[in-house]
Structures are given as C-alpha cells and as structure tokens.
Design a protein around this ligand. Sequence first.
Ligand SMILES: [Zn+2]
Length: 567
Amino acid sequence: MKARYLFLRIRCGLAFLLGCACPISRAQDTDLLLVNGNIYTLSEAQPRAEAVAAHEGKIVFVGSNEDAKRLRGEHTRLVDLHGQTVVPGLTDSHCHIFEIGERELNLNLEGTNSLEDFLEKVKAYVAQSRPGAWVTGRGWIETFWKSPRFPTRQDLDKIAPRNPLFLTRADGHTAVANSDALKWAEIDKHTPNPFGGEILKDQETGEPNGMLLDNARDLVAKHIPRPRVADQEKAFLLAVKREIELGWCEIQNAGSNANEIAGMRRCLEAGEVKLRIYNAVYGPGKDAQAFLKEGSTLDAYDRHFTQRTIKVVLDGALGSRGAALLKPYADTPGTSGFLTEKETDLKPMFEEALRRGIQVETHAIGDRANRIILDLYEQAFAAVPPEQRKVREPRWRVEHAQILDAADTPRFAKLGVIPSMQPSHAISDLFFAPSRLGMDRLTGAYAWQSLIKSGCVIAGGSDAPIERGEPMIEFYAATSRQSLKGFSGEGWHPEQAVSREQALKMLTLWSAFAAFEEKDKGSIEVGKLADFTVLSKDIMRISEPEILNTRCIMTIIGGEVVFEAAR
Ligand SMILES: [Zn+2]
C-alpha cells in the first residue's frame, strides 16, 4: 500500500513536471466510485468489471470491488449499485432535439388509433386556442389507424373552421393542412408541385386535399409565426432533461438552423445543459455557408458541444412515398419518389467541406437516393484527395441508409462511409414497407447485418421525435427485429437482426466513431470520459420482451450523477 502510494506520488510529480494531467491527484481521492456493479465495459482487454471510479470527469479506475476500496477518499461519492447493470454512456446518433421538446410543448398526436380519435384530439386543442391563431402539432401516423387513410383538409375544416392548422405526420416529412392554412399559402388546384415536394390533389376534382409532402410543406410552413426565442429554448431544455432521464449521455442532433444554434449556445453558456451534444448544421444554404467559413467547434463548454457536421436531406420518407426509389413503388406504380436537393447544389459544398474538415451526413432512404449520395461522396473524395483535406479520413455518414440495392451495400465500407441507422424504423415500417417495396426489395431494407459483414460500423439512433427515442426500444428493435408486441411479417429477414453486443456498440462505441470520439467515449476504460448509463436489468442476458421493461436508473455524465430514478 505504502509502495503504491509512493509510486502514485512519483507518477503525479512526474506528470506535473511534464505538464500533463494526472489521473488521480492523491492516492485516495476520487469524485465518484461505483461498486457492486454488473459492468459491461466494451473494452476487449477487460470486458467485465464490478467497480469503476471517476475523477475530474474521467475514468480513473475499472476493476474489482476489492481494488476499488483504496479509491474512496473523504470527498468521494460512493454509490453501491447492488448488482445493477452499467453500460458505457449511451448515445443517440440521430435525433432532433428541438422537435423532441416542441412535441412535448405543442399538440402531441402520437398514439392516435383512428381518424376519429385524431380529429377529437385536434378539436379539443383548437377549442383552447384563440380564433385565427395557427395550430401546429405532430406525431400522427395513419398506418396504425383502423382504416389507414391520410386525413384531408375537409376532415380538418369540420373541426377547425376558424384556425389555420398544420399537423405534421410522425415521419416529419408529411403534413396535413386545413383550407384556412392552404389559403394563407395561396395553394389551389393550379399550384404546381415545388421541386422535391408534392401537393396531393383529389383525383376527381383536382383540388388540393390538404396533404403536403416534403418541400411542399414549406409553402405553408413559412407562414407560421416562428416560435419565440424563449419558447424555443424552453423546448430545447425540456428535451435535454427528457433525454438524460432516458439514459442518453450524448445526442447527435441531425440538423439545426442558425436560430437553434444560437439558442443552444446560450443555454450551454449559462451552464444549463448537462447532456453532450454533437450538432449538425442544415445545408446547403446560408447557414451551412456561414458554418463552412467559421469552421468546426470541438469540445466546447466543458466538452458538452461539438459542431463539425453538415446535414443534407436528399429524399423523402417511405411511408409517404417520398423516398427516391430506383423502380416505382409496388403499391403505387405511378411514382418512384423524389429527390429533395439538386446534385449541382451539393457538389461544390461537398468539396468545400472536405477542404475545411467538415463532416457531411445525408438523409437517404430510398435505394436511388442512397446510390446517388454514394456517387456524390465518391466524386468529392476523388476531387479532393486526402492531402488537400483538413481531416484526411472524413467519416462521412448516410443517415437511415434504409433501402439499398445489393450493388451499393459493399460501397459503404469501401468508401469509408458510415451508415447511421435507426432500429426502431425497421419495426415501425414492417407494417407497410412490404406493400410499398414488394418482397424482392426487402432483401436490402434495414440490412444491418449485411452492412456489418461488409466491414461497416453502424451508428445507432432513434430519429426522435419521429420515433419514441427510448434507448431500450432501439436496443430491442436491433436485436429482435420485431414489433413491440413481438410481431414480424413474412420476408422481414430475421437474419439481419444484430447480436446484443453489436446493438450495444451501435449506441456507444460505433456512434462515438461516427463522431470522431472513440478515443474519449464509447467504452469504459481508464482515461475516457466518465459517462455511464445504469440500467434496472441486465440487457445482455434477459429475455427479449424484458428489454422493453428495462429502465434507466442513473445517468452519469463526466463523473456527475445527472439523473437518478426515484427508488
Ligand atoms: Zn431525422
């Protein structure tokens, strides 16, 4: 013991002389000590442990209860885990943090089970709104309704004749507006579809039916008054709180505009944000241009904020038939979806991003969008060779990578492009994807195992608020590939499900890699940041349905217990 103390003293002295930070400043001094844990470290050298200690935000010890005893100092917070399970701090690699908060603050239409139910909820909300005021809401999804059809403006006019309504579908790519809202936007039967969008029209009369896909939403959305700064920040902080309570230690925000970035920075500056945020800026456009000029922000606000990514949206969603496919939709042969950006706008931005060391992540759902984005990335990589790049290995990402043609699957690993995928999409979409795509195309749909076998890592995320955004739903979906009730239809390729270890890596190590953070995050090892998620059950061993009953007991970020469930 004495010898060890001396050794530490010498080591600390040396570290001081060399000007580097010492992991433990005194032999028995740590900020946080977790003991009696069932710890999965994801470190190959030491996969399991009973105890872990943190000091000054970092992990300083991983090992046995016995060895941990000496690390308990006067100021140490000791937590007896009573056998509970600890995993590396979980990361949601793809979510929309402002929208998560706004869903809580505005009309939340999740879980409606019929058109009548949906209309009733809207009607009740409208009754409390001032006549003439805009009413916005989100979260409805007709595929779960008893008779699954899109709502129309006429449906809405009956319950809200005096307020403009704009209600976004759960997928975030589609909205329904009432006649009043369409009037604001001057949309009638003669209005042409904008690029990358569609105004759905009644087949008999040619009149718009209220449904607006992708870029057509903006025709109405631009008339909705912007949320006040205070409301926007309230939504953001509400979402941050929710994420931490669910056990997320980091979220990777899949797109933000200049207002949102300013709001986030204000909240971070004020010290109100305990969650780690890896932020992307929407592009192309003026926000992305400004970002390219000013460059990345790395590990700001005490390592709580990094911004080094541009987010592009290249096509629509599968449910609303906006995803760009190589061949027509199986259930609507007249359409094969559409792209929402022009290749000519992307090319110069991509090359500039490589030169400036900015990562690009692109939403691509359909097999055509995925092929095109891989082509565009490949062309940019060829146009700007490594020696001309600020970051030689750019780790560009494709968000969703949902439907892939067999020829494109191996291109991800070959190009070093990371698929960023949301397991819950596969278990929500299994109810309608077979009819949209037909059986053959399902081979390359949500093809996690094919991508991993081809040499990829997959960053795992939830796409909340499009999905619920709960880590255990993502973990369950990745490993079971079945609906929450255990259903999986014909041709849903159970062989594409991943192992529990792979699922855990999708939410930890691999998401860290997709953010250039694997040296600091993603596993429980000495020297990494002390981010841990404590769970009520051993998710590596319990039965599949039990995973969904698992709760977050404690969220620890940078060695600080930022959430603790009531016992
Ligand atoms: Zn998204």
